[in-house]
Design a protein around this ligand. Structure first.
Ligand SMILES: [Zn+2]
Ligand SMILES: [Zn+2]
Length: 179
């Protein structure tokens, strides 16, 4: 397993090109979640050092397996993310208060803290992947989903349920028309 740590002292004034590969079990040691990472995730970019601050810019790519929210079939998805400006700051005791205050603010994820001159990219890669996960994953835009009556996967075959039975709103309309 490769390291996801970079020594601050290794970053020259001119910047450092970074290429890190994170194994699924490194980035997601807690295991089961709504997706499975299939391949090592690759982070590429550049680190610029401004005294104690370090800025990272680059991209991340990985392959995931997810479950379609409509038809419940597993499918694969390739993620290619542009990772905007990430700021690494040295951790100090005084920052503890500031950090807890900024956690609720949006964009707080774009700051990471380092200790003992070691920048750890594990959390960054973990967070970037989690942020990019679609809330309602679809195997394809046109996924037909499952029949609500018989459970047939409508991408594979039509079922024999009557068309109007599929939508309970039609039942309500009929009742309204009768009254
Ligand atoms: Zn689907
Ligand atoms: Zn059906």
């Amino acid at each position: 397993m490769g390291t996801l740590l970079i020594d601050l002292l290794r970053i020259p004034e001119t910047g450092l090109a970074v290429r890190l590969s994170g194994e699924p079990e490194q980035l997601f040691p807690e295991g089961d979640r709504e997706f499975t990472v299939l391949t090592p995730s690759l982070l590429m970019g550049e680190l610029i050092k401004l005294e104690e601050q370090v800025i990272f810019r680059g991209e991340l790519s990985t392959e995931l397996e997810m479950t379609c929210s409509r038809c419940l079939e597993a499918f694969h998805i390739s993620l290619h993310l542009s990772v905007g400006e990430i700021l690494f700051l040295p951790w100090t005791a005084e920052q503890e208060k500031e950090v807890t205050e900024s956690v609720s603010e949006e964009g707080a994820l774009d700051i990471y803290y380092y200790r003992e001159n070691r920048l750890d990219f594990c959390d960054l890669m973990h967070d970037q992947i989690c942020l990019a996960i679609p809330l309602k994953p679809l195997c394809k835009e046109s996924c037909q989903g499952l029949c609500v009556h018989c459970g047939q996967n409508l991408n594979l075959a039509q079922c024999t349920c009557k068309e109007e039975q599929r939508d309970p709103r039609f039942e309500i309309l009929k009742k309204l028309q009768r009254s």
